[in-house]
Design a protein around this ligand. Sequence first.
Ligand SMILES: [Zn+2]
Length: 127
Amino acid sequence: MKPCQKHWEKLKAAIRSRGLWHLVAADGKAAMENVETDLRGRADDRNYDPLMACFFMITSRALDMGGLYLMTGDFCPVCEALKHRIGVPDENGSPCTEEGEESYWIDGPADAAMRHCQEIGLVPKVQ
Ligand SMILES: [Zn+2]
């Protein structure tokens, strides 16, 4: 599973617009080192990377919704969701739109990462 360039850029923009970019690992190597630290159970709040956190939220949700085929190649989880959900009634009975789905898949995790960063004191709480 790998986000396409368009959705990766939108996710990065969502992190930047929430003032969280300074918490993102400097490059892919640093991001993987953070993931490794986390997997070894040695991560603390200073290792929290909102961009990777969002990526894992998105991939987890995509696997919940779409099944394991997403693990068999470079499928973009957001593109796959759009492919399967546009026009399908949402929980309120309204047909899913591309704009609504992109917001669900990108702004939703970015907002959750923002709340988490506020809760653990990495960024100030905004009233
Ligand atoms: Zn995509």
